[in-house]
Design a protein. Structure first.
Lengths: 198, 149
């Protein structure tokens, strides 16, 4: 059976045929990939099939990314690549200056053929300093991160209850985890999900 | 004179434990992560196959306090390997300890589920490289099983 890795590889090396074959097999979204066996990577070591950094340039379907450790990455986006920026988005939503994490398959020429790209995603914990109708002031490691509620998008998850658009149960002083999208070069972010223990 | 009961052995010594897994950033990074540092072990890096564990030292345990949530966990130090299996997908990843965390006591009793499969209390945090092998980063929090490989 053709593996997802082989399909991504063929999508990059052989054009679009591999992508068409992949989509007839089912979703190329990230959740579909996680049941597949991942190649063994030594614990504690860098994963060659993962990249992080900020987009310096975009040419065609390739993101040129400078890693925070100053390692340069070329990340190829193909038809089946899933992109996230506060939610699923199209490739056109990627901008120079965006931070990202990407997972895919490293090609022989060093290009990362992307399965998934998460743009500006943050997942931070902290306690709530203040709440207004449209913002949460989060103390994250002693620094304030201003988290904006996005109508129709932001939800709260109160323990195991279903996600709720009602964030009124959050309280000043309590600890939460905020999953969201950073606004580049600011201390602000847009909220996707607030995880509350109760 | 009544003899006091010995404390219960750490739950993870008896076999796999179930709890919540999330992800955190460390090392050189962008955005709010840029000031995070390399973690308690001095080796933590978002792109490496690593994790944070709540009982890496006495100082660590004094911060994370999983016992407050009724969870006893073994002392495991920097470099120790755990296997984390996502209960949603069945995918697993083996990572080594690079930091102290998560702060279990701040989320006592929290439960996350996928369908009817649930797990309570935050027991482990993975780096983005590791978490993204078993779930989408956009999931944020997942029920998982933690064992030794």
């Amino acid at each position: 059976m053709t593996s997802r890795r082989q399909l991504l590889r063929s999508a990059v090396l052989g054009g679009g045929a591999g992508v068409l074959a992949a989509t007839t097999m089912g979703s190329l979204g990230p959740e579909a990939a996680f049941g597949a066996a991942a190649p063994g990577i030594e614990p504690g070591t860098p994963d060659p099939n993962f990249a992080e950094g900020r987009i310096r340039d975009i040419k065609g379907n390739t993101l040129f990314v400078l890693g925070s450790n100053m390692v340069f990455h070329s990340i190829r986006v193909v038809d089946g690549t899933s992109l996230w920026k506060l939610g699923p988005v199209s490739f056109e939503q990627a901008r120079p200056g965006d931070g990202l994490y990407a997972r895919g398959v490293r090609m022989p020429d060093g290009v990362l053929a992307a399965e998934s790209v998460w743009l500006n995603i943050i997942n931070i914990k902290g306690h709530i300093r203040n709440i207004t109708s449209d913002k949460i002031h989060l103390d994250h490691n002693g620094k304030e991160v201003l988290c904006h509620l996005v109508p129709g998008t932001s939800v709260a998850v109160y323990s195991d209850a279903p996600p709720s658009a009602d964030l009124s149960l959050l309280r000043v002083g309590q600890h939460v985890q905020v999953l969201g999208a950073w606004r580049p070069d600011t201390n602000e972010a847009d909220i996707a999900t607030v995880f509350s223990p109760h | 004179m009544a003899r006091s009961q010995p404390p219960a052995p750490p739950r993870d010594l008896l076999g796999p434990v179930q709890g919540e897994v999330s992800w955190f950033c460390c090392g050189t990074a962008w955005g709010p992560c840029s000031t995070t540092g390399r973690g308690a072990c001095g080796t933590c890096n978002s792109g490496s196959m690593q994790h944070a564990w709540p009982n890496t030292s006495d100082n660590c345990l004094a911060i994370t306090h999983p016992d407050t949530c009724g969870v006893g966990l073994s002392r495991r130090t920097c470099g120790f390997n755990h296997r984390t299996t996502a209960l949603c997908s069945g995918a697993s990843v083996v990572t080594s300890i690079a930091d102290c965390g998560p702060q279990t006591d701040l989320f006592c009793g929290e439960r996350s589920c996928c369908g009817a499969t649930c797990a309570s209390n935050r027991l482990i945090d993975l780096t983005p490289a590791a978490f993204s092998q078993i779930a989408s980063l956009s999931a944020g929090l997942r029920p998982a099983e933690i064992s030794t490989p």
